[in-house]
Design a protein around this ligand. Structure first.
Ligand SMILES: Nc1ncnc2c1ncn2[C@@H]1O[C@H](COP(=O)(O)OP(=O)(O)OP(=O)(O)O)[C@@H](O)[C@H]1O
Length: 313
């Protein structure tokens, strides 16, 4: 039996502790991620919500070690299945990315090679990473397309012959081709219309149940997040302000910013209510103490009277 603690069923797949990232500009430094901590369990979908510019992508890119100057990780640790990501060398990172941790970006559907058929692009993954023969790789590519409900006949199509939703599904299929333990999705459906978004989200949930990978799901869309995630965190100006089970977060949001974010999105069902914007300022005045019977629900202490004006303070 393995003695690696990360092989235990209950060991987190990802453990981020006190992560801080700064962008060092010529005239000022922006702390885009400020002492952020969270864990993602095996098979868990963890959502990260927050408005544009709050630091979600920076946190995700730090986990993939994709940050480039002027971004600098200034503190904290990131452990993936027990391994310290921040100390891996280039070769180890290459082995980790895609095979163990895969990422789908917002505009990923545009990253397909326009002059290669979808089939050739998927076949490449299996011949390069798994050393399969062309015919075996083609069979796996067909299976992969079926997994995301695309007719395998589409293997012969070029990206421009597919709709945006289909292209994004191809990209998601490619991301899970090597059965990674963790899939990071940064606004995976933002560029698509609402109906296609819903279809793709349902499909991701199905894929996740079937293949069992963990997910870090990033979006500014609270409705989508609450529907898909098991647990989630709300981020504001680089910090986590609340972490909870997704249903609890929706039913009993404690932090004024979480409430404001939930109110800023129309509910998918039920009566139409006026939306409240963040522009007029939301006062952090009434943070109730959390009761002991709510384990796992964490709310950041916020100084009384702090005003959120929709931007960084
Ligand atoms: N290259 C850069 N140089 C300087 N500051 C940057 C750079 N990239 C991002 N930032 C700053 O870091 C902060 C976090 O940006 P980030 O892209 O991580 O936010 P986000 O929550 O993912 O936003 P979005 O949803 O719009 O992608 C922002 O306030 C931004 O101003």
């Amino acid at each position: 039996m393995s003695t690696n603690p990360s092989s235990r069923d209950d060991a987190p797949v990802l453990e981020v502790v006190d992560l801080s990232v700064e962008y060092h500009g010529e005239y000022r430094t922006v702390r885009a991620v400020d002492r952020v901590s969270f864990q993602i369990g095996r098979g868990e979908i963890f959502g990260l919500a927050g408005e544009s510019g709050c630091g979600k992508s920076t946190a995700a890119n730090a986990i993939m070690r994709l940050l480039r100057p002027p971004a600098v990780i200034t503190g904290g640790s990131i452990r993936f299945r027990g391994r310290d990501i921040l100390t891996l060398d280039a070769e180890e990172l290459r082995a980790l990315r895609w095979r163990e941790v895969a990422m789908v970006f917002q505009s990923a559907m545009n990253s397909l090679n326009p002059v290669m058929t979808v089939g050739d692009q998927i076949v490449d993954i299996f011949t390069t990473h798994e050393g399969l023969s062309k015919s075996k790789a083609r069979a796996r590519a067909a299976e992969l397309l079926e997994l995301v409900r695309i007719d395998p006949a589409r293997l012969r199509s070029y990206p421009h012959q597919l709709s945006g939703g289909m292209r994004q599904r191809v990209v998601i299929a490619m991301a899970v081709a090597l059965r990674p333990h963790l899939l990071i999705m940064d606004e995976p459906t933002t560029a698509l219309d609402v109906v296609v978004q819903q279809e793709i989200m349902a499909q991701i949930a199905e894929l996740q149940r079937e293949l069992g990978f963990s997910v870090l799901f990033i979006t500014h869309d609270m409705s989508l997040m609450i529907e898909l995630s098991h647990r989630m965190a709300v981020m504001y100006a680089g910090r986590f302000v609340e972490t909870a089970d997704a249903k609890t977060m929706f039913a009993d949001p404690r932090h004024p910013y979480t409430r404001a974010l939930i109110n800023a999105f129309p509910p998918l069902s039920g009566p139409v209510t006026p939306l409240v914007g963040l522009g007029e300022g939301v006062r952090f005045t009434d943070i109730p103490d959390l009761r002991e019977e709510q384990p796992g629900h964490w709310v950041a202490p916020v100084p009384v009277g702090t005003v959120i004006d929709g931007g960084r303070s």
